[in-house]
Design a protein around this ligand. Structure first.
Ligand SMILES: [Zn+2]
Length: 1016
């Protein structure tokens, strides 16, 4: 795409440094240190990305404004919910939101901060991870596993701050502390540590464990010999009691609290820097000038004013953009703005699009750009008078002046070769080698497509879909089918030369399904039989993707390939693969090669795909290792998805696969997309994560982007930000609709800026933070040993919290673990992240599984990483079957299970029904129609449809989940203490990891110790 170039209009024809060269190769971080967003000097952006290339064509005089397709009705913004007046002057010069003051004293001034933090060695992070060993034992010792003998184990008193209301969580009463060895493994032989004797901390309520450690301020400064008064030895003391989970911050509680606060309410986006409700909360969004949190979420909504402050706190500054987010029915769809022949109105200098933050001056004749401050003339046709507040009188009539999100009609300047695009096409490529025929998969796919093709996405209001369809099958050779409606029978054309791929059908390969329905259905009925006696087990892979690209090229359109593939492509052809799985590499410096795709053929293929707007969806049905890292390389750079069904069997996996296929074919999607993120002066986008391709440092190219895909964008300072003006971000996505229209989707958001770090911490969003961390860590493992990456995660967690502790929290209780309220469950997510398969160096985990999960996360939305890292564990045995609402999830810990319980667990990828050994017989009877657990079949993956309230309720809960999530999940029914239960247990993320990794509690203790070290 970029080579062909969008003519003239700047953002997408921006100078492209090193054009043609793939910088750093796919997957690797662009020209930046591979990991560590801090310390590494942000370079590579010498020139501001605002060079004036060419002003947009000036408008014809007197052209009447085009309100868009459909009159823009300001009243409909109200969503029929709370009628809210626009606060005056919200846009342009948004007022500072009034925050409740923090419970803690005002942070020290920056200079003092600098000195303090300098003394903490906080500024010393190198690009890789070079925490001075003196301050960070993490760098020297593996985090997982038993710690070395510690000289002082800090006690832990998590205390939420700010206290509003004061939430003080304390660990279990001192007597139970005898249990509380912070780390598993043998206790330190002689050195004291751990939890100390009962007593009062300086400010702790009665019963708080006493504090040890080098903290000043308390009366127990310095390591205390003779700790573990209760006897830390495993057998010492009275019968040991487990620490109460409720004493440490819990995700389920945080979710419930937010739901109680915001659930069912209208969230108006009229305040700059406002922190939205959590992703897990049900709320209705009313766009009043800032993009809905469904489209953009940020790691913090209050940026630190200076790079220095950002570096001190080490909180990543990032936003997560989901341009095609689904909107609930009660929210207004995006308005379409049409500025006529001259195209969208944009700033002459930085090319930002007209938006609510532009300031009209000079009686409305000119406006000042909020992003680059350039003064622009208002085109004559766009002129409008200002009211007494300096706001245009047509403010409410124009979406681009009053809303955070809207669409704009793109003119020919925004189209490839200055031609309007053609509607996209979907090509189905089915591997008909022995495995897929034998398993019945080919027949399953063909049968499904006959009905599914009626549900292709269509333009709003269109009667039928404009998407064309094409079909090919392949094993070692490739078979195209001509299904032109004028034929009486489908025709098959075979291509066996895989080196020079071409499409032998200039006409008749891509057709309209409605017109060619008879032929297509005929073909789909014939395909399974045509290959029924095949012995061919070898396949090709890269050539079929190449064929898809050629077909799109031939048809001059963009589109998507649906590839259904079973085995490693070993046939002699470009992109041939061989087994390079090697478990011996696990936990070595070479482990990263297991995640790295092979370069060469696939790298070039991705480039070709993106240039043509060809997105690749890969459905894999492997029986063994297939090198997912390489096979999934093209999908993960073209906005595609990879689905994997191991040892596929139609009866157990068929429905699961079809659910994915249906979602994937029907979902809303845009093609041939380029996204550009503009920012107001002082900071800029420096790094991007997603199923994307970058040919230069600014244009995010996506062959396609669907409703579940996100782009995570990291920002860095290049100057100071102003508290008064705040910071603005505008994401502009140029794309082709499913109907073949070229459009711009504009998403604007304003953030606060502050010189006080307390504002930043108060405005953090843990779910967005963890989304960023997951992606940066998963990219880092392409280039670094896992251990380094995990160490960095731990260190950064400690640094972020230490900085808060140092600067924003009350100084009176020095050795308590104090967490920012907005980040109080951050550690549980971080610990869970480190226990995920890609970050776990265990030979028990399949390389392909790890590679698959790594890639899946790279384009995941905030709600999906949240769920992945903290699954929902839903008790079913004691729910009210008559109630409309689902039971409230409990914490993901074995401690919450009960022998007599039945639980559902899901994380968006896996779904389990867990049956306790002593499950009530009536529950088992109700769900399975058998008298007891012993009568239950093994490996069940579906609940029988029984006509009783319990069965109906449970099935409806499961169906709701399957409906809501982007992907299907296969249901696993497991009995307590049965072998398959192990699979289930790995999702109890608060417990110790099955393949390594500590429990949440241990992690919290460890982080606390790190923090204390940093603060001494
Ligand atoms: Zn500008």
């Amino acid at each position: 795409m970029s080579q062909q170039g969008y003519v003239a209009t700047p953002p997408y024809s921006q100078a492209q440094p090193g054009l043609g060269g793939y910088q750093g190769g796919f997957g690797s971080a662009p020209a930046q240190p591979h990991y560590g967003h801090y310390g590494g000097a942000p370079q590579a952006f010498a020139a501001p990305p605002t060079a004036v290339l060419k002003p947009p064509a000036s408008s014809g005089p007197g052209l009447p404004p085009h309100p868009g397709s459909g009159p823009y009705n300001p009243n409909s913004q109200q969503n029929g919910a709370h009628m809210q007046r626009y606060p005056p002057a919200t846009y342009g010069q948004p007022p500072q939101p009034s925050y409740n003051s923090m419970a803690s004293p005002a942070p020290p001034p920056p200079v003092q901060l600098t000195n303090q933090m300098g003394a903490m060695n906080l500024g010393n992070y190198g690009p890789v991870q070079s925490v001075p060993s003196a301050t960070s034992p993490v760098a020297q010792q593996p985090f997982r596993g038993p710690p070395p003998p510690a000289t002082a184990q800090p006690p832990m008193q998590p205390q939420m701050a700010p206290a509003q209301p004061p939430m003080q969580h304390q660990m279990a009463p001192p007597t139970s502390m005898s249990m509380g060895r912070p780390f598993p493994g043998p206790p330190p032989p002689a050195a004291p540590g751990g939890f100390h004797q009962p007593g009062l901390g300086p400010a702790g309520p009665p019963g708080y464990p006493q504090q040890a450690g080098p903290f000043t301020g308390g009366h127990m400064a310095g390591p205390q010999p003779g700790g573990f008064p209760g006897g830390l030895g495993p057998q010492a003391g009275p019968p040991q009691k487990k620490l109460d989970l409720d004493s440490i911050p819990g995700t389920t509680q945080v979710i419930e609290d937010d739901q109680a606060r915001h659930g069912g309410q209208v969230y108006s986006t009229n305040i700059r820097g406002q922190v939205p409700p959590l992703v897990t909360t049900n709320f209705t969004v009313q766009d009043q000038g800032h993009a809905s949190p469904r489209f953009i979420r940020c790691t913090t909504y209050s940026l630190p004013c200076t790079a220095e402050l950002a570096k001190q706190c080490q909180v990543p500054l990032a936003c997560i953009v989901k341009p095609f987010a689904r909107l609930p029915n009660n929210e207004t769809p995006l308005y379409l703005v049409n500025h006529g022949e001259s195209g969208p109105i944009r700033c002459n200098r930085c090319k930002a699009y007209m938006c609510p933050y532009m300031q009209f001056i000079d009686g409305g004749r000119r406006y000042q750009c909020a992003f680059c401050s350039c003064i622009n003339e208002v085109p004559v046709f766009y002129f409008q008078h200002l009211d007494h507040m300096g706001r245009r009188v047509d403010f409410y009539e124009r979406a681009e002046l009053s809303l955070g999100s809207y669409e704009m009609v793109a003119t020919l300047d925004y189209c490839k070769n200055n031609k309007p695009p053609k509607p996209p096409a979907y090509i189905f490529m089915i591997d008909v080698s022995y495995n897929n025929i034998k398993s019945g998969l080919v027949r399953l796919i063909c049968d499904e497509l006959k009905t599914l093709l009626d549900k292709l996405p269509r333009e709003d209001g269109a009667e039928s879909s404009a998407i064309q369809v094409g079909f090919a099958t392949y094993n070692k050779t490739l078979h195209f089918y001509n299904v032109k409606s004028s034929l009486s029978q489908p025709q098959m054309m075979v291509v066996s030369d895989m080196t020079e791929m071409y499409v032998p059908l200039p006409d008749g390969f891509l057709v309209n399904f409605q017109e060619s329905r008879a032929l297509v259905c005929n073909l789909l009925s014939q395909i399974p039989d045509m290959f029924t006696d095949t012995n061919e087990s070898e396949t090709v892979f890269a050539p079929i993707i190449q064929a898809g690209v050629e077909a799109f090229k031939e048809a001059d359109c963009s589109g998507k390939l649906f590839v259904f593939h079973s085995s490693m492509p070993t046939a002699e052809a470009p992109g041939k693969l061989k087994n390079r799985d090697d478990k011996k590499l696990v936990n070595t410096d070479k482990e990263k090669t297991l995640f790295q795709p092979l370069k060469g053929t696939y790298e070039q293929l991705s480039k070709d795909c993106v240039a043509q707007g060809c997105c690749v969806d890969l459905f894999l049905f492997p029986n063994q290792y297939v090198d997912v890292a390489t096979m999934a390389d093209v999908p993960s750079h073209t906005g595609g998805s990879v689905f994997k069904y191991n040892n596929f069997q139609v009866d157990t996996d068929g429905e699961h696969f079809l659910r994915d296929l249906r979602k994937e074919v029907q979902k809303s999607i845009g093609f041939d997309a380029v996204m550009r993120v503009r920012t107001s002066t002082g900071f800029r986008a420096t790094d991007f994560f997603g199923a994307i391709h970058m040919n230069n440092t600014t244009d995010v190219e996506m062959a396609a982007v669907d409703c579940d895909k996100v782009v995570t964008v990291e920002f860095k300072h290049d100057d100071a930000l102003s508290e008064e003006t705040g910071a603005f971000i505008q994401c502009a996505l140029l794309y082709t609709t499913v109907g073949g229209q070229r459009r711009l989707r504009i998403l604007n958001i304003g953030l606060n800026c502050s010189t006080h770090l307390s504002e930043l911490y108060k405005s953090c969003e843990t779910d967005a933070l963890i989304n960023f961390f997951a992606k940066s860590a998963y990219r880092a493992i392409l280039n670094q040993p896992l251990k380094n990456v995990r160490d960095i995660l731990v260190n950064q967690t400690a640094h972020m919290l230490a900085c808060y502790r140092k600067n924003c929290a009350s100084a009176s209780v020095a050795s308590q673990l104090i967490l920012p309220d907005a980040m109080k469950v951050f550690p549980v997510y971080m610990n869970s992240l480190m226990k995920t398969a890609p970050l776990t160096g265990s030979t028990e985990l399949a390389t392909d599984e790890r590679a698959h999960q790594r890639l899946a996360v790279m384009a995941m939305a905030v709600e999906d990483t949240q769920l992945l890292l903290y699954p929902r564990l839903i008790p079913l045995h004691n729910m009210d079957v008559g109630s409309e609402v689902s039971p409230i999830p409990v914490r993901c810990s074995e401690e919450r299970l009960a022998d007599g319980g039945v639980f559902l667990l899901e994380n968006g990828q896996a779904l389990f029904l867990w049956l306790g050994q002593a499950s009530p017989p009536d529950v088992i009877q109700g769900l399975f129609n058998v008298p007891s657990l012993a009568h239950l079949q093994a490996h069940m993956c579906v609940l029988p449809e029984l006509d009783n309230p319990l069965s109906k309720k449970v099935r409806s809960i499961i169906n709701d989940l399957l409906e809501k999530r982007p992907r299907s999940m296969k249901l696993h029914i497991v009995k307590q203490k049965d072998k398959p239960e192990m699979m289930f247990r790995q999702f109890l993320v608060e417990d110790k990891g099955l393949h390594g990794g500590t429990s949440y509690l241990d992690f919290l203790c460890h982080v606390h110790r790190e923090i204390r070290q940093l603060l001494t």
